[in-house]
Design a protein around this ligand. Structure first.
Ligand code: PLP
Length: 371
């Protein structure tokens, strides 16, 4: 197998034509308004609401601070039940609010929080469930809702991977008390950096907008211990532009995913996630599970791919529960999460990835795993 010349990385940020961005930022010079909930940020919020088919939204400088403010707005305390199979930001936001993250095992069918394991972790200190739609695969939203109702818990979704995802024709942001969409440049849709909070109850929007602006309600009334988490006009300009192209980007990723699936589905040793019926995906990531009993381990495949100029990612390894900063929470009961974390590999996925590159990646995988 001849090694490809140009390295293939896990992702490449989408960039609109540069002239369009120049044109867009001219408005900023005209307005002399750079940040502090300016006109472009407000317009972006309106357009994004329409695009995501949601009613209440507040924009932030990044997803992590959006999540942090959401925890504060919901007034969460004590303990939050969450998944260990996620990006560091999810757990860090909980811990940064002096709340204990309680890790729940995941399900092997979607790698999301296992609804059947949640109830046994609830105690008098539990205030919320914070699930993640990992890779953009929707959680068992109905099951989570049922438990939350029964125990009077809040539900805050980390929907960082789930931009534009729908379940049974319903936007994913309609589930739970709030959802956070990350608009970081490595995500399907971005505003350079950014985060959007969607919430069911309109009353929370006012609180979120105060929290992102130092807790200021008006000049003389500072009611909350807020922070500086405001999105700026340059970010919003990029967001508005990218919104024009996002459906096309998702369509390209869908095709690439189809290609990956059709080539990889019959390889012994590679397990793919089943696609769920009635879900509209946004094709954020393409994870494969390497079953080492058929040949090579994930770590061996990961290293050998590099020799072929293919840079996959061990998303998500290590588990958040195994980070040294959370070692007191270490648990041996997260068996599925441990198994998936040790064997998962996400493959390159972005709109510009060519058919040739996808075939190349698959052929290399075949050689590595079957040999
Ligand atoms: C990217 C990501 C975040 C953080 O979002 P930022 O916008 O980068 O701050 C949070 N959770 C998950 C699961 C993510 O992948």
């Amino acid at each position: 197998m001849k090694r490809i010349e140009e390295p293939i990385y896990i992702t490449r940020p989408f960039l609109p034509p540069i002239e369009e961005y120049y044109e867009g930022i001219k408005t900023i010079w005209e307005n002399q308004y750079l940040t502090n909930n300016g006109p472009i940020v407000r317009e972006f919020a309106e357009r994004l609401k329409t695009h995501l088919k949601v009613k209440n939204m507040s924009l932030f400088v990044n997803g992590t601070l959006a999540l942090d403010c959401a925890i504060k707005a919901l007034d969460l305390k004590g303990e939050i039940i969450t998944t260990p199979f996620t990006f560091a930001a999810t757990t860090h936001c909980i811990a940064n609010n002096q709340i204990k993250p309680v890790f729940c095992d995941i399900s092997l069918k979607d790698y999301n929080i296992n609804v059947d394991s949640i109830e046994s972790l609830i105690n008098e200190n539990t205030t919320a469930i914070m699930p993640v739609h990992v890779y953009g695969t929707p959680c068992d939203v109905k099951g989570i809702e049922k438990i939350a109702k029964k125990y009077n818990l809040k539900v805050l979704y980390d929907a960082a991977h789930a931009f534009g995802v729908e379940v049974n024709g319903k936007p994913i942001g309609e589930y739970g008390d709030m959802s956070m969409f990350s608009l970081h440049s490595t995500k399907v849709f971005h505003s350079i950096e950014g985060g959007a909070i969607v919430c069911k109850d309109e009353a929370y929007i006012k609180k979120m907008e105060a929290l992102r602006n130092f807790g200021i309600y008006n000049e003389e009334s500072i009611e909350l211990i807020g922070t500086n988490a405001k999105m700026n006009e340059f970010q919003a300009t990029m967001g508005i532009l990218n919104l024009k192209y996002v459906d096309c980007e998702i369509e390209k990723r869908k095709k690439i995913t189809r290609n990956y699936r059709s080539i990889l589905k019959n390889i012994k040793g590679i397990r793919l996630l089943d696609e769920i019926e009635n879900v509209k995906y946004s094709y954020s990531y393409f994870p494969i599970l390497i079953e080492k009993e058929f040949g090579k381990s994930r770590d061996e495949v990961f290293e050998e791919l590099k020799k072929f100029n293919i840079f996959a990612r061990k998303y998500f390894y290590p588990l958040c529960s195994d980070f040294t900063c959370y070692s007191q929470n270490k648990s041996e009961t997260l068996l599925n999460a441990q198994y998936v974390s040790e064997n998962i590999l996400t493959l390159p996925l972005y709109g510009q990835l060519t058919e040739y590159q996808v075939e190349y990646i698959c052929n290399v995988l075949k050689i590595l795993i079957v040999a």
